[in-house]
Design a protein around this ligand. Structure first.
Ligand SMILES: Nc1nc2c(ncn2[C@@H]2O[C@H](COP(=O)(O)OP(=O)(O)O)[C@@H](O)[C@H]2O)c(=O)[nH]1
Ligand SMILES: [Mg+2]
Length: 226
C-alpha cells in the first residue's frame, strides 16, 4: 500500500515536470537542477557562474532550503531574479513548486534557470523538476567513499563536479577510487574538477554550460537576438 502511494506521488510529480519542461522549451530557457549535500558549494558556484555568464547571458534562480532566504540573499546581487522556496520538513523540491515559482520569473529574459535543490544527496535525484540537465556536486571534503554509498544522484547526473579542488593537498581523497565508482554508475556524464577559490576547472564548466545551451535551444543568447 505504501509503495503505491509513493508511486502515485512520483507519477503526479512527473506529469507536472513535463509541463515545466514544455514551458522552458517555449521560452528557450535552459533549466539546470543542482543537487548535492549541504555545504558542497552550490551557492558559491552559482554566485561565480552567473557573474561569469553576464552580461551576454542572463540567469534566473530558484533556491530550495528548509528555512531562511540566505541563499537567495547571496544570489540576488548576481542574478536577474531569484526566488526562494522554503520546504519546511521536505528534503527536496517538487515539480509543482517549480511550476508555481516559474510563473513569477521573467523566463522570456532568461537564458538559464538555475535550480539550487535542497541540500541532500539522495531525495532530489528521485524527483524530476522538468529541468533539462541535472548537475551533481561532490566536494572532496565529503570523502571519497560517498559516490558508492549514495549512488542516486551520480546515476542520473548529466555532469558531475568535484568541488573544492584547492583543498586536495590537505584532504585524504582517493581520486582513482572516486573516478572508478562514478564510471560504474554513469559512463556518459563529464566529470569536472572545480575550485571557485583557485578557479581550477571554472572555464571548462562555463564552456560546458554555453555548449549545452546552444545544443538545447540553438541560440547563443536571447540578448543578441534580433
Ligand atoms: N576551499 C573552498 N571552499 C569553498 C569552495 N566552494 C565553496 N566553498 C565554501 O564551502 C562552504 C559552503 O558553500 P555553499 O556554496 O554555501 O554550499 P551549498 O550549501 O552547497 O550551497 C562555504 O564556506 C564556501 O565558502 C571552493 O571551491 N573551495
Ligand atoms: Mg546553498
Amino acid at each position: 500500500m505504501k509503495v503505491n502511494v509513493v508511486k502515485s506521488v512520483l507519477k503526479a510529480n512527473d506529469l507536472i515536470a513535463e509541463n515545466n519542461r514544455d514551458l522552458f522549451r517555449q521560452y528557450r530557457t535552459v533549466a539546470l537542477n543542482l543537487i548535492s549535500s549541504p555545504g558542497s558549494g552550490k551557492t558559491t558556484l552559482l554566485e561565480r557562474t552567473i557573474s561569469a555568464l553576464k552580461p551576454a547571458q542572463q540567469s534566473v534562480v530558484i533556491v530550495g532550503d528548509l528555512e531562511t532566504s540566505r541563499d537567495a540573499d547571496r544570489l540576488q546581487p548576481h542574478a536577474y531574479e531569484v526566488t526562494q522556496i522554503n520546504t519546511g520538513l521536505s528534503c527536496h523540491l517538487y515539480a509543482n513548486q517549480i511550476a508555481q515559482s516559474a510563473r513569477d520569473l521573467p523566463l522570456d529574459q532568461a537564458d538559464y534557470l538555475f535550480i539550487e535543490n535542497v541540500g541532500n544527496m539522495v531525495c532530489p535525484g528521485e524527483f524530476d523538476l522538468g529541468e533539462n540537465l541535472k548537475v551533481a556536486l561532490l566536494s572532496i571534503c565529503e570523502g571519497d567513499d560517498k559516490v558508492a554509498k549514495y549512488p542516486t544522484i551520480f546515476r542520473v547526473a548529466d555532469i558531475i563536479l568535484l568541488t573544492k579542488m584547492d583543498l586536495i593537498d590537505v584532504i585524504d581523497f582517493d581520486m582513482d577510487r572516486v573516478q572508478s565508482d562514478i564510471r560504474k554508475l554513469n559512463q556518459e556524464a563529464p566529470l569536472m574538477k572545480i575550485s571557485v577559490k583557485s578557479c581550477t576547472g571554472f572555464d571548462e564548466w562555463i564552456q560546458w554550460l554555453q555548449d549545452k545551451r546552444e545544443s538545447s535551444v540553438g541560440v547563443k543568447a536571447k540578448f543578441v537576438e534580433t
